[in-house]
Ligand binder design. Structure first.
Ligand code: PMV
Length: 326
């Protein structure tokens, strides 16, 4: 049997943020545009040869691998994608990202793992290459996703995404003040994507019209971001939620969160990601602290997100990858 000589005493590290879809989820699967941005929470991965770290192989919490795909299999898939030796590597994962909330935990894990492996093998990778390799892992989690999650997470910037095309990086004239509120039910992306597929097969005219309208809202929102026009952006986000609700991908819990967010002072609120559970994204140009406090008092978990990220403290962007000697 051929023995693979693994680099000893090395630890490859990779980091990636989560993401939030501002507008356009689901329609993006059918070729319509969507807007997304990175979160100020993410996942870090370290890979090392098991000999190096004898006995310190750490099985990460299952919750980090949403479809319960084994880490060994993930490493094998990533190694093949990177064309580097498939070896039994140790992996350590640490995450500040809630899993199964539609906030890109599988994409962040995929991108961070690809970066850590590439760093370990000293392979230089661009963000686009990282995203393409991570997409292969994303397919293990989600079947055939549009690619918006791995693209946003790998490039870690506000962008407009159209399936099969290079992303367009967007500029926001004013800092974009968001609040993420977590529901208590996990999102059900696969089921919701399948529900919409069936719906499209039975009633293509209505479903296509809904997606086309979402596409128009994404265009208007792109312009609103460019102008820093939060009134227009709020209208787009609120209508986007109504359409997703009419399409059947919201839930009573998400609708309650959306309604409360608006009552507490958010200018807009909508579900984000696959729906069927998960989280809500709120636009809060005024009194975000108060909206956050009200949700917290009611027992919901929420946190503020800004684009561009605030300098310093919690919002600082960590290094995306690196190499350490053990
Ligand atoms: O994985 P989630 O829940 O963030 O959803 C991704 C967005 C969808 O448009 C629903 C699916 C896709 O492949 O783009």
């Amino acid at each position: 049997m051929k023995r693979i000589a693994l680099p000893q005493n090395r630890i490859g590290t990779g980091h990636a943020p989560g993401k939030v879809i501002l507008l356009g989820e689901h329609a993006v699967v059918y070729g319509w545009p969507a807007i997304a941005l990175p979160l100020n929470r993410g996942i870090s991965v370290e890979v090392f040869s098991r000999e190096t770290a004898s006995g310190s192989y750490l099985d990460p919490p299952r919750s980090n691998t949403p479809q319960r795909i084994g880490l060994e299999e993930l490493i094998r898939t990533a190694s093949r994608a990177l064309r580097c030796p498939v070896a039994r590597l140790g992996v350590r994962i640490s995450s500040t990202l809630p899993p199964a909330m539609g906030l890109g935990s599988s994409a962040a894990l995929s991108v961070a793992l690809v970066r850590a492996l590439a760093a370990y093998h000293r392979l230089p990778l661009s963000d686009t290459e990282t995203s393409n390799h991570a997409y292969v892992l994303e397919c293990r989690f989600h079947g055939r996703p549009s690619g918006i999650d791995n693209t946003t997470v790998a490039h870690a910037t506000l962008l407009r995404f159209v399936r099969g095309s290079a992303p367009t990086f967007l500029h926001s004239r004013q800092p974009l003040p968001l609040l993420i509120v977590l529901g208590k039910q996990p999102r059900a992306t696969r089921t919701m994507v399948e529900t919409l597929r069936q719906r499209q097969a039975h009633d293509p005219r209505t479903t296509e019209a809904a997606f086309a309208r979402i596409g128009t809202l994404v265009d208007a929102a792109t312009h609103a971001l460019h102008e820093g026009d939060w009134n227009s952006l709020a209208l787009c986000m609120n209508e986007n939620h109504s359409i997703l609700r009419a399409l059947g991908v919201s839930t009573p819990e998400l609708d309650v969160l959306v309604e409360r967010a608006r009552r507490h002072g958010a200018w807009a609120a909508k579900l984000t990601g696959g729906g069927g559970g998960g989280a809500v994204v709120c636009l809060c140009p005024e009194e975000r602290d108060r909206v956050q406090r009200r949700f917290t008092e009611e027992g919901w978990t929420c946190w503020p997100v800004d684009w561009p990220p605030r300098q310093g403290g919690l919002h600082e962007r960590p290094a995306t990858h690196g190499l350490r000697i053990a």
